[in-house]
Design a protein around this ligand. Structure first.
Ligand code: HEM
Length: 172
């Protein structure tokens, strides 16, 4: 499904969501993030200045945080401020480093993906169908999954700037 507007729409990993919410004290705490009917989280777009909409390359920064907790906090997985960086060789999804409790500029590259194609020519949105956990991504999720495990696919989009209207919408 395509994102309605801008933002990153990602469910992290559906089996992990189901696992956490199935634990008696399991909780998913959202800050600045919405969850859709299928359980996917929408992280708002925070900064697109390093991203080129025409080529779909560069870096997009999203805001918000999703915190999974269970077993009285023994399980604590925080996905905070995800960024996407895409170049010709591929894409990387990073988050604020999970080893820190507070705000930090340290980041952790948790997953990689093939450079995505634009979802449709007239929309500034992209769909990533295959996302693979890195070593750091596996560590962030408790070192249960092997490196290379597929996480949920995701969609991301940026709102087109009025200065660069899509050709088919130009009037006059
Ligand atoms: C008291 C401590 C814990 C207990 C008793 C526990 C128990 C379990 C059990 C029984 C499963 C299998 C669930 C299933 O297949 O239905 C599981 C899976 C899993 N656990 Fe834990 N766990 C604990 C701590 C943690 C911690 C601290 C983390 C990560 C920070 C973690 C991450 C995971 C993950 C990622 C899975 C795989 C979920 C999936 O995709 O199916 N667990 N755990």
């Amino acid at each position: 499904m395509l994102p309605e507007t801008d933002g990153l729409t990602w469910g992290v990993k559906d089996s992990f969501r189901e696992y956490v919410t199935g634990v008696s004290d399991g909780a998913v705490i959202l800050e600045g993030v919405n969850q859709d009917d299928s359980g996917r989280f929408r992280f708002p777009l925070a900064d697109a200045t390093e991203f080129d909409v025409e080529s779909g390359r560069g870096r997009l920064r999203f805001s918000g945080s999703v915190q999974f907790s269970a077993y009285r906090g023994i399980l604590l997985v925080r996905i905070r401020e995800p960024w996407i960086t895409v170049d010709e060789d591929g894409g990387v999804l990073s988050i604020m480093h999970p080893a820190y409790r507070e705000q930090t500029s340290e980041r952790s590259e948790i997953a990689t993906f093939e450079p995505p194609a634009r979802s449709t020519p007239e929309r500034a949105s992209w769909s990533v169908s295959s996302l693979r956990l890195t070593y750091d991504g596996c560590r962030a999720l408790g070192e249960v999954y092997p490196v290379g495990t597929e996480a949920d696919p995701f969609d991301f989009g940026v709102v087109r700037s009025p200065a660069h209207p899509s050709p088919d919408r130009r009037v006059g």
